[in-house]
Design a binder for this molecule. Structure first.
Ligand code: NAD
Length: 435
């Protein structure tokens, strides 16, 4: 099939590469000329395991191309997929202006008797119908628009794997022909497909993210209580997770969820519920717990140093989670903001997210590409992203390299026993602290 994808970010690019890989002819369109030019040269603008190789392979096969000219991409594809951002507005609701712009561009350039317009972006219930309306109110000639809600569930850091091995594909449509076409599109992937109405498909995405965020805030609250009652969250998580009704995933205590999805999607769902006069108390609590969780790391450190004024600290990890260069809504940024406001001198380490961090943090911090260099002569280290490089970095080296070895581990990367044996100051989440 001939597919046009609007928006070539994490979702659009990964989807485009994967659909080309299974044999479709894909054009990825983006308004960002620089991004498109780099992609035309086979350079991925995002870090994602496996993407570089499949990108180049499918460009050479002539199944994957890139464009920043919307007049050529929307005229006659079999399917148009919308994968633009839906960031948070000030009131927490989803900003649909990018989706609206795509709809308007489609209405201007579409030149077929019928078209399937698929929304992969995460959008509030009711948006797909608006997309249809936005296209139809300006379309030049009679063309039948079928809309399909096909929310995306990939995780950054394993996005290609997830696309090829997803748990399910959700197809929300009221037109049987369009739904069948979508099933054909994805059939080489052999992933279970669930067909729903449009509104249910839209809701599945928000409810999934809200549930996962709830699991994270739940285990973080249990961890906070464990610290006070002398229990160990690692054992507690294991014991809970062995119950198959609960499952062990998303039960790792830490400093909370971040990234471009959970924070905005939870807030958007609270707003969506509010719009229909339903106060979503549970999700509000989940968000509050998450907002507070990174602050606990700072509180722990203050127990040792009092104030951060002129204290030399290192923050290990900038990405919101390992295996991605995405720093959007990263807990690291929350920790850094407070440290800088309170006058700390901050070194930062991240294996791949430094370029993105520089755009936000500029020269307010000093960047290092090795852990050794970042922690040298510091008084406190904060671990905020559980990179493999951090987990494999010997705990003993903190003792050797830091001025005063105080390690505040927001991701439980080390064993408490080991820190105790080394006689260092070590505080983590939901476990006993050692000094
Ligand atoms: P992104 O910010 O990485 O990419 C969005 C892209 O859209 C950008 O390259 C931007 O230049 C482009 N764009 C903006 N306006 C455009 C227009 N009018 N026409 C064409 N391109 C345009 O965003 P993302 O992380 O890929 O997320 C996209 C959507 O998918 C969001 O709704 C998000 O919530 C959802 N989602 C994201 C993830 C994830 O892990 N990133 C997972 C599931 C769902």
């Amino acid at each position: 099939m001939r597919i046009t994808i609007a928006g070539t970010g994490y979702v659009g690019l990964v989807t485009g590469v994967a659909l080309a890989e299974i044999g479709h002819e894909v054009i990825c369109y983006d308004i960002d000329d620089e991004k498109v030019n780099r992609l035309k040269e086979g350079i991925s603008p995002i870090y994602e395991p496996g993407i570089d190789q499949l990108l180049v392979k499918n460009q050479l096969n002539n199944r994957l191309s890139f464009s920043s000219d919307c007049s050529e991409v929307y005229s006659t594809p079999d399917i148009i997929m919308i994968a633009v951002g839906t960031p948070e507005k000030e009131d927490g609701s989803a900003n649909l202006s990018y989706v609206y712009q795509v709809a308007k561009d489609i209405s201007k350039y579409l030149n077929t008797q019928q078209a399937i317009v698929v929304t992969k972006s995460t959008v509030p219930v009711g948006t797909n119908r608006k997309v249809k309306q936005w296209i139809e109110e300006e379309i030049d000639f009679h063309s039948k628009i079928h809309i399909v809600s096909n929310p995306e569930f990939l995780r950054e850091g394993s996005a290609l794997y997830d696309t090829f091995h997803g748990d399910r594909i959700v197809i929300g449509s009221e037109d049987e022909e369009a739904a069948t076409k979508m099933e054909e599109l994805y059939s080489p992937l052999n992933i279970p497909i669930i067909h729903t109405d449009i509104e249910s498909a839209e809701m599945i995405k928000y409810a999934s993210n809200a549930f996962l965020a709830t699991k994270i805030s739940f285990i973080n609250e249990i961890a906070n209580i464990c610290e006070k009652v002398g229990a160990n969250i690692e054992d507690v998580s294991k014991g809970i997770g062995m119950d198959q009704r609960i499952g062990s995933k998303f039960l790792q205590a830490g400093i909370g969820y971040g990234g471009s999805c959970f924070p905005k999607d939870t807030k958007a769902l609270v707003q969506l519920a509010g719009d229909v006069k339903h106060r979503f108390h549970l999700l509000e609590a989940v968000i509050n717990v998450n907002n507070n969780q990174p602050l606990l790391l700072l509180k722990k450190a203050r127990n040792y140093v009092g104030s951060f004024k002129d204290v030399k600290v290192a923050v290990l990890g900038l990405a919101f989670k390992p295996n991605t260069d995405d720093i959007r809504e990263s807990a690291a940024l929350v920790v850094l903001k407070h440290l800088l406001n309170e006058g700390a001198q901050v070194n930062v380490y991240d294996p791949i997210a430094i370029a993105n961090a520089r755009k936000v943090l500029g020269n307010t911090v000093t960047y290092y590409e090795t852990i050794e260099a970042a922690i040298k002569d510091t008084e406190i280290v904060f671990i905020v992203t559980e990179w493999k490089q951090v987990k494999e970095f010997p705990l003993r080296n903190y003792l050797d390299l830091m001025k005063t070895p105080i390690v505040i581990d927001g991701r439980n990367c080390y064993e408490v026993k080991e820190a105790a044996a080394l006689n260092m100051t070590y505080s983590s989440i939901g476990r006993e602290s050692v000094t």
